[in-house]
Ligand binder design. Structure first.
Ligand code: EPU
Length: 440
């Protein structure tokens, strides 16, 4: 195991002593390139458990979570090396211990993604139960019910979820699974279990985020048989363990990071070309940006975004893809804090995901929350203050908010941002933002 978190950025451990200091900026100008998606690459890495061989993932973001997932896979038996050009080499020699220990699971929620592939291929797995998140409880009941329907038995023992295949065949069996809700993680785990199940598995009401399509594409590249990719009904024809092979795959660009740079233009004005942004993955959020007054023009793999008049308020609600992702919401709320008018925001995925609102209030934002709704009354400008990032996306949104705040905003909790953003500060600086990382 040679991958530490992360290897290219030179940041070996999250450094709580650092702050991101932001000053009012704009107009922004230039070009910024979006790296590969965190919420895709972590699952693609888990897919390397499914077959022996050497995998090459390209367009891999240099983020802390890739390092932690690499450590977890290393503990299980897959060696991960992140190269300087953004290529992640994973080597699975078949020497696998199907156990995901708590020390690693508690550091990264996506570690639950090893459950499906390990169970499907090796017939047993022990994964420490992931805890809650900074924005609330995150159960895995749908993962478990789906795998039980495929023939798995579960036991909870001292905080570990232990699963094994109940029948004597050593393989899960295909079946029809109807998810209560299009859960991203449950869809991914069931997919990766189903590729080795005996017979056909149909996942109804499946999540269809671009990152899930990316995982399906990689699995097909490994020899899996999947129909309905990109739809809410995925049909998987299982193949016997040993029939899949290693592959090379380019990670889909990160739509949330793309939206982050667009939101920065939203609050600062200017015109920026966001390279490697896929407009067809962002249709609903782009439509909302347009209603708020952002001008966008799309190319095959770029989006040019501009804004020269004050933003206008809109109402919005988060929904599973293709709706507006919950991960965009802190950015949209931040834009609304300086828009003309009142916007009502409804969170439908994580009721507790409004914690950053108190931080925005410290910057002078007029936001009131009631349950899973927020009412945002735009003010002409925010006012810089020290704030604390509660999670990855809210952390990035607070940096964006600082760009619209008179004076200086100092964002603590930088380690959250480093989990999912590759060089946010460098990228924002490159388009003219007044932002820096400082040690304290
Ligand atoms: N849920 C259940 N039971 C389950 C599974 C999910 O009740 O068995 C609930 C969750 O508690 C939540 C909702 O369903 O309220 C959505 O959960 P989902 O499974 O779709 O999300 P996830 O797989 O846990 C991924 C991303 C999140 C992103 C969500 C929604 C990764 C590693 N995480 O989480 O991203 O917000 O999908 O799009 O892919 C982030 O990147 O900062 C982040 C939190």
């Amino acid at each position: 195991m040679s991958l530490v978190a992360p290897v290219r950025g030179g940041i070996l451990e999250p450094m709580d002593g650092e702050r991101i200091v932001v000053r009012r900026s704009g107009p922004l100008q230039g070009e910024v390139r979006v790296p590969g998606a965190k919420n895709s690459v972590l699952k693609l890495m888990a897919a390397a458990l499914l077959a022996d061989g050497v995998y090459e993932l390209t367009n891999v973001p240099d983020i802390v979570d890739v390092g932690i997932m690499g450590e977890l896979l290393g503990a299980i038996g897959v060696r991960c090396d992140l190269l300087a050009d953004g290529t992640l080499r994973l080597e699975n020699t078949g020497q696998i211990t199907p156990v995901a220990p708590y020390e690693l699971v508690e550091r990264i929620r996506a570690s639950i993604n090893v459950l499906g592939p390990l169970l499907g291929r090796f017939g047993q797995v022990t994964v420490a139960l992931p805890g809650g998140d900074d924005f609330g409880s995150r159960p895995i009941d749908m993962h478990i019910r789906g795998l039980e329907a495929m023939g798995a038995e579960f036991e909870l023992d001292h905080g570990d979820v232990m699963a094994r295949i109940a029948t004597g065949t050593g393989r899960l069996h295909g079946t029809d699974i109807v998810l209560d809700f299009p859960s991203v993680g449950a869809t991914e785990n069931l997919l990766m279990a189903a590729v080795h199940a005996k017979g056909e598995t149909v996942i109804h009401h499946a999540a269809r985020e671009p990152e899930i399509q990316d995982l399906c594409t990689m699995l097909v590249g490994m020899g899996a048989v999947i129909d309905g990719i990109g739809t809410s009904t995925l049909t998987i024809d299982g193949v016997a363990p040993g029939e899949l092979h290693a592959t090379s795959h380019r990670v889909v660009p990160d739509r949330i990071q793309a939206a982050t740079y667009m939101a920065a233009v939203g609050v600062c004005g200017g015109e920026v070309v966001v390279r490697d942004a896929r407009h067809h993955h962002m249709e609903h959020v782009l439509a909302r940006f347009a209603r708020m007054g952002l001008e966008t023009s799309v190319g095959p793999d770029s989006i040019t975004v501009g804004r020269d008049a004050r933003l206008r308020s809109v109402d919005l609600a988060t929904l599973p893809y293709p709706g507006i992702a919950t991960d965009y919401k802190p950015l949209l709320v931040t834009m609304l804090t300086v828009a003309d008018g009142v916007g009502i925001v409804t969170e439908n995925l994580y009721p507790g995901r409004f914690r950053y609102v108190e931080e925005l209030q410290r910057l002078g934002a007029d936001v009131r929350t009631d349950g899973h709704h927020a009412v945002v009354r735009g003010v002409p400008a925010l006012s810089g203050a020290p704030v604390k990032a509660p999670d990855i996306r809210a952390g990035a949104a607070l940096v964006v908010a600082g760009l619209a705040a008179v004076g200086s905003t100092s964002v603590q909790g930088v380690h959250h941002i480093d989990r999912g953003y590759e060089d946010l500060v460098g990228r924002l600086s490159s388009i003219g933002a007044d932002v820096e990382r400082v040690a304290v």
